[in-house]
Structures are given as C-alpha cells and as structure tokens.
Design a protein around this ligand. Structure first.
Ligand SMILES: [Zn+2]
Length: 97
C-alpha cells in the first residue's frame, strides 16, 4: 500500500487553474503503477466515496508501462524539486529528465 496525493484546482492568476494538494489517500491497487514525472495516465479523485479513477492521458501502446504521477509532475515543478520530494516522501530517486 502506498499513499497518493489528492489534489484539486483553484483559480490562479490571469484565469489559470492552480493545483492545490488537499490530502493523502491510501489505495490498495494504485501503487501497482510506477511513478513517472510525465505519466501516461491521470487520476481523478471522487469528491465523495473515496474512489479514484485512472484514465489514459495519451495512447498507450500494448506492452508499454502504465505510469502515474505520485504527486510531482514535470508540468508543475522543477526536476530538483521533484527529486527532493519523491526521495523524501516515497524513498526513491527519480531518474526522469
Ligand atoms: Zn520522475
């Protein structure tokens, strides 16, 4: 079992949306997906009921690894910030570019 960040979105500057971490959740199956800073899936957390839905964010060829972001994305943070956070929170060194 592994914890995953639950996040929402809030209005940012100039009409943009800004990701806001709102908590952590434990899922029995989701940890089967390895982390990528550029995952090929995205997660949606249900507001009620504790469900999570994982959908492909791009075409995933047969046999390719299905990956999830453990909370750090190359779209939202620098490589150094991602590496520091993943090492601290998940105890592994991220080798993504
Ligand atoms: Zn990474």
């Amino acid at each position: 079992m592994n914890s995953h960040v639950i996040y929402g979105f809030a209005a940012g500057t100039a009409g943009s949306l800004q990701r806001v971490d709102v908590g952590l959740a434990l899922y029995p199956v989701l940890p089967l997906l390895n982390h990528s800073c550029h995952p090929n899936t995205t997660r949606f957390n249900a507001a009620r009921g504790g469900h999570v839905v994982v959908v492909a964010a791009e075409d995933i060829p047969e046999g390719a690894e299905v990956t999830d972001s453990y909370g750090q994305s190359c779209l939202t943070s620098s490589r150094e910030d991602r590496r520091r956070s993943l090492l601290k929170n998940y105890n592994f060194k991220c080798n993504c570019r």
